[in-house]
Design a protein around this ligand. Structure first.
Ligand code: CMC
Length: 481
């Protein structure tokens, strides 16, 4: 990892001061949020009337208490808590608990949750299977889909191990510190057991009744496992062998450690932790919806989150963080920005890292990631690019802010942060997926309690009443003889 070289403005500012300043500023700018959900705490009366645009814009597909995005104000809430405040005071592990169970954990609950997450980091068998594929020839998001499927594949062979971590015989130095208690056998002896239990359970209070259900254990297994898969993919692409997780490290620190083979500084771990908190959930975004659509068919949850990973990979969604860096590299010097913006907008091209379907105000996640990028801007890996980014933000907001309500989104500054943390460019979107796994599983878990298969309609605009013409009577121009 590159050695930090602080710039002038960040010289006397500690990371915690930067975080506090950014979160206070964000809370001040966003102001009080009064959810349009006059429904909070009330029963929703279905059917709900709403105006729907192309791309399901404005459509309401379900109820959820996992999270809330206020696009007009630029506010993001997880289970009632402002994400900005969670960044200041919480950790990714605690946020994952909050999203899944609906409330902040007690100390005991958190310790037991965390112990599970640590156990599920160890995936020696899945990694061995994964390493027999040509991962270095695949985009890491494709490799991540494969890894997730292999994680499930292993369970298909031995379903009775559903709730158990993979045996840790591959662990060497850290073996003594791996919690060794065996969990009870759970689940049905069939591939669909994870989902079958959930609707049948219909727990009123997930926190109390479902802690040991196969369903929630599968969520934990995925939340933890995806970090191990991602780190292994990063190393294999770099012609290095995966390394064992370190149970003594927190989630973010361990992820950096498994990628780089070096234990990160507390500052590096804290910065990644905040990035993970900010990406954990975001309403009915495309990847969450994709995961929910697959889940609603009662397919396997591994298939469901694999669909989420596929949707996230696109440059209009999670893939934008990678595209932003490529864009900044292509622009080069800040002095090129103005002309580049004029040309890009004249050609009706999108500026990556800007705009959002829901936010018509500044994305709250960018309010935190921007200052973090500034804090890291002394890193040689991003020093020049950071200046280009801030100049680009000024130009694009001047051109499109007032006119089209287009501002930086979460992906604009996250890539700079990842780059400064030494994360390779192709791994940016997988890091997004690592975090979003918490939101995917929480929302799928919630939805399946009252599952109804997703089945929207399309407006048919094609012809009617055509008479079938046999192939030998059709000519190559398309006009039938
Ligand atoms: N640059 C320039 N113009 C834009 C941009 C942009 N980034 N985003 C929207 N517009 C314009 C667009 O050209 C259109 O103008 P007009 O009405 O004159 O035709 C108008 O704004 C509406 O755009 P849209 O594409 O219909 O908006 P949408 O709600 O369908 O798309 C979006 C939202 C995020 C896909 C889009 O803003 C975009 O493509 N942004 C760039 C890619 C990006 O940064 N994606 C990350 C999204 S946030 C995190 C995540 O989801 O992963």
């Amino acid at each position: 990892m590159a050695k930090p070289r602080r710039n002038q403005s960040a010289k006397h500012t500690t990371l915690e001061q930067t975080i506090r300043k950014a979160t206070r500023q964000a809370l001040h700018d966003i102001g009080e949020s009064t959810p349009e959900a006059a429904w909070v705490g009330n029963k929703v009366q279905w059917p709900v009337t709403c105006t729907v645009g192309p791309g399901l814009e404005g459509a309401i597909a379900c109820e959820s208490s996992v999270g809330y995005v206020n696009g007009a104000r630029g506010n993001l809430i997880y289970r009632g808590y402002d994400v900005v405040e969670l960044c200041e005071s919480s950790t990714f592990e605690e946020v994952a608990f909050l999203l899944l169970y609906g409330d902040l954990p007690t100390r005991r609950e958190f310790e037991s949750f965390n112990q599970r997450l640590v156990q599920y980091r160890f995936l020696p068998h899945t990694l061995r299977m994964m390493m027999s594929s040509p991962l270095e020839q695949m985009h890491p998001m494709a490799a991540l889909r494969l890894g997730t499927i292999l994680l499930r594949q292993r369970l298909s062979w031995r379903d009775q191990d559903a709730g158990e971590p993979e045996e840790s015989e591959a662990i060497a130095a850290d073996e003594d510190t791996v919690p060794s208690e065996e969990s009870e056998q759970q689940g049905e002896s069939r591939a669909e057991y994870q989902f079958r239990l959930w609707p049948a359970d219909k727990p009123q209070n997930v926190r109390k009744s479902a802690d040991n259900s196969a369903g929630i254990q599968t969520c934990l297994r995925l939340i933890s496992g995806i970090a191990t898969l991602t780190a292994a993919i990063a190393r294999i692409r770099n012609e290095k062998l995966p390394i064992d997780p370190d149970p003594s490290l927190g989630y973010a620190a361990n992820l950096l450690y498994m990628m780089h083979g070096i234990r990160p500084s507390p500052e590096e771990a804290r910065i990644l932790d905040i990035a993970l908190i900010l990406h954990a959930d975001h309403g009915m975004n495309a990847s969450t919806f994709a995961a929910m659509v697959v889940a609603s068919t009662m397919a396997d949850i591994y298939a469901s989150v694999t669909a989420g990973i596929g949707a996230l990979s696109g440059p209009l969604h999670g893939g934008a963080n990678e595209a932003v860096i490529e864009q900044l590299q292509a622009i080069g010097d800040p002095s090129n920005v103005k002309a580049w913006v004029v040309k890009t907008l004249r050609n009706k091209q999108k500026v990556m890292g800007f705009g959002h379907r829901v936010y018509k105000a500044y994305d709250p996640r960018a309010r935190i990631l921007g200052p973090l990028a500034k804090h890291l801007s002394g890193h040689p890996s991003i020093a020049g690019m950071y200046q280009t980014a801030t100049t680009l933000e000024k130009e694009v907001v001047a051109a499109l802010g007032r006119k089209k309500a287009i501002f930086p989104n979460v992906d604009f500054y996250s890539g700079l942060v990842y780059q400064a943390l030494g994360i390779p460019l192709p791994m940016f979107t997988p890091i997004f997926a690592v975090s979003r796994m918490a939101g995917w599983t929480a929302r799928v878990f919630e939805y399946l309690k009252n599952n109804r298969i997703f089945r929207p309609r399309a407006i048919y605009t094609g012809p009617m009443d055509l008479a079938y013409v046999p192939m030998n009577q059709r000519n190559e121009t398309g006009e039938n003889t």
